[in-house]
Design a protein around this ligand. Structure first.
Ligand code: CP3
Length: 344
């Protein structure tokens, strides 16, 4: 494995003295160069669909920090849009979508096989990146998990407790499950195309997995992730998959084995020593520094970074935050985190 990229070595199960490092939302508003390119594009969605500019913002944090991985610049809500939902972003508030709460709303969606016309510019971004990234940098593609994507499609916006999605799940289970199935199918095709365009790893973001409990977690978080992972492994053997069932708590235990993902991403509510004993025993883990350190910095950042590196030292580990970096983060704190991980 000596010649392989650092991130791929971790995903293959190798423990390394210095773990590979990248950061969720590493291309984002905390960087002045991102804000400049976003202004040039006009708005966030135009940036996502402009392959040259999306590739440019993906490369910015690689140039500035030399992260071990680049994550494709796009958004999990492009899949609903490609299925036919209306999507727009309200400045300072977040995403808005046309809602799906009835059979007739659902009937307006297109088939999974029709998504590529909308999503072709994303595959082009991947192609540009696979040409332009440094040889040692791994390219990560991604999609939202069906449950998380469905929470936005049902409510038409982000919600604190995913209430509308839970309500539909209970009141019209057949419709809810049909929606999840459509998203699952589209996600398999979307990630396959990203891989064919040059993505070396894919990550499935289930940001709201933590609001599913007990059997509902198994059915609507774990099972779709298993289906997507299995289909991708059949079509593209050897492409590693990272699962991120955020705030899954105890449900992190056994998640990799049950789904077939090569790595589980941990949010920052997870104690690293507990996760080393209970999750990393099954393979690679990613995480899990609290994003607030990127705002506050100082000795606390250094101490927590060292504690995480130390806790996961005896197995395969990818250093990352426990969630995305926020717009109020200080770029110097990112450098401090990297220097601490790399020991300089
Ligand atoms: O990690 C990366 O840098 C890759 C690109 C990426 C974005 N969003 C860019 C983005 C990824 C992987 C996502 C995932 C995503 N998008 C998730 C799952 C992960 C998570 O954060 O929980 C979710 C839930 C979304 C939906 C979404 N997109 C929301 C709720 C928002 C608004 C919140 C906000 O920060 O304003 C977005 C917008 C968004 N996606 C931005 C970026 C860089 C900010 C847009 C801007 O420039 O104004």
């Amino acid at each position: 494995m000596a010649g392989q990229k650092k991130l791929l070595r971790a995903l293959a199960g190798e423990k390394q003295d210095v773990p590979p490092i990248w950061m969720m939302r590493q291309a984002g508003r905390y960087l002045p160069e991102y804000r400049a390119t976003r202004a040039e594009a006009g708005d966030f969605l135009s940036l996502c669909y402009n392959s040259d500019l999306a590739a440019e913002v993906t490369l910015q944090p690689i140039r500035r920090y030399g992260f071990d991985a680049a994550i494709l610049f796009a958004d999990i809500l492009l899949v609903p849009q490609a299925l036919g939902a209306d999507l727009w972003f309200v400045t300072g508030e977040g995403p808005r979508l046309s809602t799906i709460t009835t059979e007739s709303d659902f009937a307006k969606l297109g088939p999974a096989s029709d998504i590529h016309e909308t999503l072709n510019p994303i595959y082009e971004t991947v192609r540009i990146l696979s040409r332009e990234l440094p040889a040692e940098t791994t390219l990560i593609g991604f999609a939202g998990a069906p449950w998380t994507v469905a929470t936005y499609m049902i409510a038409g916006r982000g919600t604190p407790d995913q209430g509308p999605a839970h309500a539909l799940r209970e009141e019209n289970t057949a419709l809810f499950e049909a929606l999840l199935e459509r998203i699952t199918e589209a996600t398999i095709d979307y990630l396959s195309k990203q891989i064919e365009a040059g993505a070396e790893v894919v990550k499935i973001f289930d940001s709201w997995a933590g609001s599913l409990k007990g059997e509902a977690f198994q059915k609507y978080a774990l099972e779709p992730c298993r289906q997507i992972t299995q289909a991708l492994k059949e079509r593209h053997p050897g492409i590693p998959v990272i699962g991120f069932p955020r705030e899954a708590g105890e449900n992190y235990v056994g998640f990799a084995k049950a789904t077939g993902v090569d790595c589980v991403a941990l949010d920052n509510s997870v104690d690293p020593e507990w996760a080393a004993a209970n999750v990393q025993v099954d393979g690679c883990v990613q995480g899990n520094l609290a994003s607030r350190h990127m705002v506050t910095g100082g000795q606390d950042l250094v101490d927590d970074t060292r504690r995480i590196v130390e806790a996961f030292r005896n197995g395969p580990h990818i250093f990352n935050l426990g969630h995305g970096i926020t717009p109020d983060a200080d770029p110097d704190n990112v450098q401090l985190m990297i220097d601490t991980v790399r020991g300089s």
